[in-house]
Design a protein around this ligand. Sequence first.
Ligand SMILES: [Zn+2]
Length: 349
Amino acid sequence: MLTPADKKDAPIYQLKVTLTGSRPPIWRRIQISGETHLHKLHRILQIVMGWEDYHLHQFVVGERYYGTSQPDFDLEMEVKDERTVTLGGVAPAVGQKFTYEYDFGDSWEHEILVEKILKPAPGVRYPVCIKGKRACPPEDCGGIWGYESFLEAIRDPNQPEHEEMLEWIGESFDPEAFDLEAVNRELAALRSDGDEGEEERDRPRFGRLPPRYAFALNPYEDVRFSKCPQCYEPTRLRKFALLIYIERFGLLSQGKTCRCCPGCELLIVHQDELEAQLATGLWERAPEVIGNDYFVVGTVERKIWRRGLRQPQALSFEELRRHTADFKTILEIEYEPGGWYPSGRSNES
Ligand SMILES: [Zn+2]
């Protein structure tokens, strides 16, 4: 009946990652859940390419930038928080491309192409690297041009920098080497520390208050959870100020009557009602974002929310954060025969 949203069978994206300008090409082919957030994709790209992750990075999707360097959720900033968007959100279709840039000094650009969108294969654990060619250039070798000079120098004993470069790299360097198994061992290690706890930590955390409540959107218009789907105790109706992040718009707080199970600390909200309220609220301010993906972040303390309503400008992001508690878990309501408790009442507003 209730399962964590990240447990469902998300589509698998097959990506080809190519180091821009590399000739012959340095590339990897990976398969990864479309629900992977970009900050996690960054960690995966570091592993599959062979980088050491000690420089800055960013994603460039069309004219949008996603990275870590700016405060979370700050709408004025040009660089959006990479934890707030998923792979499927930025590149939803086969054939789409975007860029991953690593090390703004050497400026390693990687073209990421969505080659296929697949159903998860039984027994396969994702992310997985299925193929790749050639070694990752050494960090700090000066970008793609520097790498070419480096290769020339180590290949040719007559080059003036031959000895110096061999000493710098400190070992033999084979530009054709790529160890698929080693890469997949590292991905497996990332997965094993990417258990539930990790997923929890990986969720974008906005609020400074300790996380509270499990949250579920009820997608069924005619089903009222008058009893809790977890403990079967009667639920109560209670109004909360929900903080909602809407893609290409930003944060919005919205008062909403929720079904609440105090014992389970569970809130259930009718999806259709919430969406209708959001659409009404946005109709004059930003009609173009109606229908965009959104994400219910957590609850805002009512007193601060009311103050924000009276004087929206008075409420800074930092203030909003201090009075917001993220949800502990986002649950998904799934059909299970016999598991419904339609009350027939519709006194929720
Ligand atoms: Zn309950």
